[in-house]
Every structure is written in C-alpha cells, then in structure tokens.
Write a protein that binds this ligand. Sequence first.
Ligand SMILES: [Zn+2]
Ligand SMILES: [Zn+2]
Length: 161
Amino acid sequence: MNPNEPCPCGSQKSFAQCCASVQQQGAATPEALMRSRYSAYALGMLDYLVATTLPAQQAGLDQPAMQQWSTQSQWLGLTVLASGDQADSTPARGWVRFQVRWQEPQGEAQSHEELSHFVRGADQRWYFIDPTVPLKLERNAHCPCGSARKVKKCCGPYLGA
Ligand SMILES: [Zn+2]
Ligand SMILES: [Zn+2]
C-alpha cells in the first residue's frame, strides 16, 4: 500500500509512521505488535504473522487458513480497548484487549473481542502467544519462550499447560 495513506490499524498516523515502521524495526510494546499484526492481516503479510508468533508455535500454525482469512476478508477496523505490560517480570509480558471488525465474502460484518497475551523472548522481541496452537509441553521442561525457566513457572498458564 501507499505508505503515506492512513495506517490500517486506525491509529490516524500514516502507514509509514505506524505499522510499517514497527514491521521493519520491531515492536517496542505489545500494543504496537498487536496493531502491526492487524495491519499484516489487512495487507496479507503472512510471513510477518508467522514471524511474530511464539517461535515454538510457528510450525503449528495453519498457514493456508491464515492466508485465506487474511486475503478473503475485508478488514473493517481495529479498536484497542486496553493494554498493559509488565516489563520488569521475567520474562517481560504484556496483554492487549481489542475488538476487530471484518467481513467475509458474501457474509455480514462481524466483530470479535479478544484478550491476547504476549511475551518478550530471549532475543528481546515481543511475540504473540497463539491460544489456538497446542504445544506439547512438559511442565518441568524449559519454557519455549527461551527464558530458561520451567514451563509451569513461566508461560505455562498462557499456553494451556
Ligand atoms: Zn498502525
Ligand atoms: Zn516462558
């Protein structure tokens, strides 16, 4: 898209000054990552959606379904309702509550409210924890976020373990 047009995420900034910059340089906050992922859905940027999911979950993503949903839907808007992070926890965590609106071909406009969780990996990047991707987790094994802590004391509660 034209980088000078309004960003798909609804921030009122240009795409260049908003999600395009986050997509190139990395997200400073969970909310910035969440917005940039919405814009990636709107623009069909599947690689970015995969790359910003928790690495241990990436192989479990249903990429054809994501691609289809991304490109066949008309993306009507995003509203971030609340967000927060605990930058000083180990590892750093964050959450975003948001509403997303979209329309499938020949379908009615839909809206969906969700609370998403994020964790900062050992590489200092924020990752989305996808609640739909099951992980084979052993509660006493090292956590897949790379923190070197045990699953049950780290991301276990967010990963259904
Ligand atoms: Zn944006
Ligand atoms: Zn973890």
